[in-house]
Design a protein. Structure first.
Length: 285
């Protein structure tokens, strides 16, 4: 088990203002794999002040493109040197398959990066977007919000069914075990080819290995948290209740007796007014 007792703020590791810690639980084993400082509002303020100072008076905003490129190259070198360690931490703490986590002491000016973790951080969604927009309006700040819904893929009449299925399944599921905002999880197909493409999608989905993220054969690991796994289960039931047909998945894998796993699901007969069609099912930490 690894333990961290400091936060990275203002270009150095500093002692947090609170002794509170957060347990890092492995999504695959449900065991504690680490502990980190919880951070406090005061720690967040300190990080914001450091970032503000770095922007106003620090060297980074005034670096030339070549200087910034050189810094990024040094980061890449340092990441490569610690690749095995970083891979181990990400795979054990996030549950992402090791084949995806293989490839952070980073040589950037003080205040440019800051590492904190807060349990009350902003959650993605329309309501959060409203809060941010309202807050910005108070001081007439400009803001741009990305509030897209469920990413769609449109299949054309002449697209090969197996190629479509393989590509869609991998784009929707093979990044972070399907927990990605870019996952194309809504598929629009021609009526005349719906059965053919649906069958191909079901077959491709069932063929994806779900299991231990440290297993080289695994493509889908556990969900990032038990709450997110339960949220997906709830959405599966909502989809069925609203009239969609569950063709495969949405259950706990039979060969796994622990971990926050759920098999990838495929629905047919989905209409655009259904919640599973309109709501993005991305990860909630």
């Amino acid at each position: 088990m690894w333990t961290r007792d400091r936060l990275f703020v203002g270009g150095k590791w500093v002692t947090p203002t609170t002794a509170e810690t957060l347990e890092v639980i492995s999504p695959s084993t449900e065991h504690i794999v680490g502990r980190v400082p919880a951070g406090s509002p005061a720690d967040v303020d300190r990080a914001v002040e450091a970032a503000r100072a770095a922007f106003d008076t620090g060297p980074w905003p005034r670096c030339s493109p070549d200087e910034r490129a050189g810094a990024l190259e040094r980061i890449a070198d340092l990441l490569a040197q610690r690749a095995a360690e970083i891979t181990e931490v990400i795979t054990s703490s996030a549950g992402f398959p090791i084949t995806q986590t293989r490839l952070a002491q980073i040589a950037l000016p003080p205040g440019v990066p800051a590492l904190l973790r807060r349990t009350d951080s902003l959650r993605p969604g329309t309501e959060t977007g409203k809060r941010i927009a309202a807050s910005c309006a108070q001081s007439v700040k400009s803001c741009v919000l990305e509030l897209g819904g469920n990413a769609a893929s449109v299949v054309l009449d002449d697209a090969p069914a197996e190629l479509v299925a393989t590509g869609l399944v991998r784009s929707a599921l093979a990044v972070n075990s399907g927990q990605a905002c870019i996952a194309q999880t809504r598929v629009v197909v021609p009526h005349a080819r719906a059965g053919e493409i649906t069958d191909a999608l079901v077959a491709a989905t069932r063929a994806i290995p779900v299991g231990d993220p440290f297993d080289e054969a695994t493509l889908i690991g556990p969900m990032i948290s038990s709450a997110h796994r339960d949220r997906i289960r709830e959405l599966v039931e909502i989809g069925r209740a609203e009239g969609a047909t569950l063709l495969t998945g949405g259950t706990t894998p039979a060969h796994l007796d622990h971990g926050w796993y759920i098999t990838p699901a495929v629905f047919a007969g989905v209409h655009n007014d259904m919640r599973i069609a309109r709501r993005e099912i991305s990860a909630r930490w």
